[in-house]
Design a protein around this ligand. Structure first.
Ligand SMILES: [Zn+2]
Length: 156
């Protein structure tokens, strides 16, 4: 079993390289801050978030993803790393929007649709958009309009 410390190290190393290789990541974050994340104050229990995660994985036909809550330092909502979503209990992580962002990484990885695509690339954006629509955070048409405004490329 991989230790928690190794996983945290690997995540940080991955994040550093992702900054260079992930050109629209900051535009996605800006879009989320301005519009999509307005409901992050609506917190949910870990049980409810796990149930939604299980439902989504079944409906997308991918392996289930583990969901845990941790107290993280800094303004971090959450992370996904190899089949596990970790949500920040200390700062705005326990909500549906954060879960769906991280879940889009899981589904993107599970589907393996384009192995060399960026973390927040056009196919990831498409999965995220469909999840936001599926769980009634934002209709797909509104998300597409936002992508145009923020110059975020979406597949499909
Ligand atoms: Zn992300």
């Amino acid at each position: 079993m991989i230790s928690r410390y190794y996983r945290q190290f690997a995540r940080l190393a991955n994040e550093k390289s992702a900054v260079k290789k992930d050109p629209q990541r900051h535009r996605v974050y800006a879009m989320e801050r301005a519009y999509i994340g307005t409901c992050i104050d609506i917190t949910m229990s870990i049980q409810k978030l796990r149930a939604i995660c299980d439902h989504a994985c079944k409906s997308w036909g991918v392996e289930p993803c583990k969901v845990t809550a941790q107290k993280m330092k800094g303004k971090v909502f959450g992370h996904w790393f190899e089949g596990e979503i970790i949500l920040n209990q200390s700062w705005n992580g326990m909500n549906l929007t954060t879960l769906l962002h991280e879940l889009a990484h899981h589904i993107h990885d599970e589907l393996g649709i384009e192995a060399d695509e960026y973390d927040h690339g056009h196919q990831w954006v498409c999965i995220y958009a469909l999840l936001l629509d599926q769980y009634k955070i934002m209709p797909l048409a509104a998300f597409k309009a936002l992508c145009k405004k923020y110059n975020v490329t979406m597949w499909g």
